[in-house]
Design a protein around this ligand. Sequence first.
Ligand SMILES: [Fe+2]
Length: 253
Amino acid sequence: MQRYQLITKLDEICKRPKEGFRLDETEREKIVDVLRKLDIGMFGLDVEEMHELIVDPKQEPDEITTIVRVSLSESKCVSVIAFGVRPGHAIPLHNHAYMYGFMKHVFGKGTIKSYSFAEQNDSYITTNNRNFSVGEQVKVEEQEVVQVDETTVNEVFRFDPVIGNFHTIVADKNEPVGFIDVLLPPYDNIFRKQVYWKVIEESDLNCKSPVYLRAIELPADYTKYVIDLDTALNRVKYMVKTGKFKRKMKADN
Ligand SMILES: [Fe+2]
């Protein structure tokens, strides 16, 4: 099956996203199934090239960013992106108001640390799963930390508007980590903005639950290199031409 057919399938599942948009379990399983069949090679970018784009020390603009984000397919309903976190860096804790997310591990090593809303009844979610402002607090529950490494390649990790909606993705000290990410519906900067969080250090730190998070400004040390697929492909060509990109990994896609 071609990538366009897979993307069309995702669009069909999503239909018309809006606030309060819900996906049932069957629809979520269908998305996991689509994502398992979707690989980065279908977009003309192999795993090794994606790896190289992330660790490339001479990104444009001329600074080393925390992550590289390559847009693979974006519609009103669903966004499909590839992203990678540089070694020793992290995507700071953020949430996905009203959104469902599916992350397929592509390569590398790292951890996903997630939190869920502590109060999970429907009316609470309707009033609280929204865009938060800096300074606001939410009560959350910690989820088990997920380790990703060579044994989890191609596994799909999920979150929904309630469970695991807050997360941070941390790359290993020496290795980048890469994912293909499907978000339904995507961020739109109006109803669904990216909000960052910090765990509030309390005096009762030893008391494990509940945990409170506070919305914060975008962390100053978090930077993104956001490009479209054509730019990514041209960048790879340029790296090959200038001898900066020497194939080392075994491309398995
Ligand atoms: Fe996220």
